[in-house]
Design a protein around this ligand. Structure first.
Ligand SMILES: Cc1cc2nc3c(=O)[nH]c(=O)nc-3n(C[C@H](O)[C@H](O)[C@H](O)COP(=O)(O)OP(=O)(O)OC[C@H]3O[C@@H](n4cnc5c(N)ncnc54)[C@H](O)[C@@H]3O)c2cc1C
Length: 401
């Protein structure tokens, strides 16, 4: 039963994939999500199901064993999954960004080595830009990769790696001075290193430690970690694309598709909040009638549904723009900004509709209330999105006087 967030112009394959994912979400994710989340338990069973559905290879080209689907199909799947449980969409997202970066920027050998196993979900990706002292200001990265013969030696501390423990391939952004003399602009002296490791915690490879999981307010189940490099040695052929100094651009390309993904998550969480709110409002009675019959509550539902529709339309527009081969940073920034803000507002309204029960852990909305804020931060905060949007608008609408 869904009138909202429909997408016109999908082909048969897209419709079939989405129907399958929605069915999986209704049967395998929603019934267990809140319990697992409260226990901060990794959803192993769900992840195995996603592997079987081929979701880890959704956008990986068919020649590497993936489904070769578009960003739009991917984003619509993410929306469905986040409707069930946002953490599950987080498990796929960094994997998807790393696969996308390999597809776009990897050497042939890197693609052949990683993409087929990534499509099967055997190799699982994490991506790492943030450090303890920085998130928004990527140009301030201090982790370093220094060439030593046929290897690079990496040192530094990274922060906030989604899937840091469960992944076995991490794309790590470091400063690399080789060929970039003192004074080179920061974004031209960064390199993405493809770091293979064992899944788990502790010293997962000589020189590489993943301390335990960061204890978070929400977005539980999925592991978020630090990463410490202490003379970590990486073969020179594990520089993404084979050339140093391209890391900043490669990461920003990845983040751009990641932003569509975060917008899609906002849409999914908001849809679920609306479903919970509209259902509760028809069951709870006050002053002799269901609260849905009070105009104030109807207005809330109207506002919530309008936000769900608007966010979905902007997210779909941003995905289609990228799929058409055009630059989509403006649309992705707008979609991410609007969808995450609206998601927070829709969740808050659904929470209010639940009255005191929204505060009880027995009700699903309590989980959504702790999940929505993460979307305001991940893949660039609202302020960073507005900076991107503003700069692009000034490029497009340059004063000609
Ligand atoms: C659960 C979780 C998972 C994450 N997963 C990953 C991951 O997988 N990989 C990864 O690399 N990172 C990840 N991150 C990090 C995330 O990308 C950063 O937290 C985010 O970019 C913000 O950076 P920060 O926390 O350092 O905040 P800061 O950059 O310190 O910003 C603090 C505040 O100042 C504002 N601000 C900063 N600069 C400006 C400015 N110029 N003008 C106006 N306002 C400004 C910000 O908007 C924010 O409100 C994750 C974070 C969380 C919470």
């Amino acid at each position: 039963m869904t009138r909202l967030a429909q997408t016109a112009g999908l082909n048969d394959i897209q419709r079939e994939i989405l129907a399958t994912v929605r069915d999986f979400v209704d049967k395998e994710i929603i019934p267990v999500a809140t319990q697992l989340e409260h226990r901060d338990e990794y959803p192993t069973h769900i992840v195995e199901g996603l592997k079987e559905l081929g979701l880890f290879g959704l956008m990986i080209p068919e020649e590497y064993g993936g489904l070769g689907e578009s960003l739009l199909t991917y984003a619509l799947c993410v929306e469905e999954i986040a409707r069930g449980w946002m953490s599950v969409s987080g498990i796929i997202n960094t994997h998807f960004i790393v696969a996308y970066m390999l597809k776009q920027h990897g050497t042939q050998e890197q693609k052949d080595t990683f993409l087929p196993r990534m499509a099967l979900g055997e190799v699982r990706g994490a991506f790492s830009m943030s450090e303890p002292a920085l998130g928004s200001d990527v140009s301030a990265i201090s982790s370093k990769g220094v060439r030593d013969g046929e290897e690079y030696v990496l040192n530094g501390q990274k922060m906030w790696l989604t899937n840091g423990g469960t992944s076995n391939l991490v794309a790590v952004l470091c400063r690399s001075d080789e060929g970039h003399p003192e004074g080179t602009a920061p974004h031209k002296s960064m390199t993405t290193f493809l770091v293979e490791k064992e899944p788990g915690f502790g010293e997962v490879r000589p020189g590489l430690t993943i301390p335990g999981k960061i204890d978070k307010m929400g977005y539980k189940g999925v592991d978020t970690t630090e990463l410490i490099m202490d003379d970590l040695r990486i073969p020179a052929n594990r520089v993404l694309g084979g050339t140093t100094g391209r890391g900043f651009y490669q990461m920003m390309d990845g983040v751009e598709v990641g932003r569509v993904n975060v917008a899609a998550r906002g849409c999914g969480v908001a849809q679920r909040a609306f479903e919970l709110g509209v259902s509760y409002a028809q069951q709870r009675h006050t002053f002799g009638k269901p609260i849905a019959q009070h105009q104030a509550i109807q207005f809330k539902l109207a506002e919530m549904a309008t936000k769900v529709e608007a966010a979905h339309a902007m997210m779909v527009n941003a995905a289609r723009k990228k799929d058409s081969g055009e630059r989509n940073d403006l649309e992705a920034g707008m979609a991410k900004y609007l969808a995450s803000e609206y998601c927070k507002e829709v969740v808050e309204d659904a929470f209010r509709i639940h009255g005191g029960y929204g505060f009880s852990k027995e009700y699903e909305i309590e989980r959504l209330y702790r999940e929505a804020p993460m979307l305001l931060i991940g893949e660039g905060t609202a302020e960073i999105q507005k900076m991107i949007i503003g700069r692009r608008l000034l490029e497009e609408y340059r004063f000609q006087g």
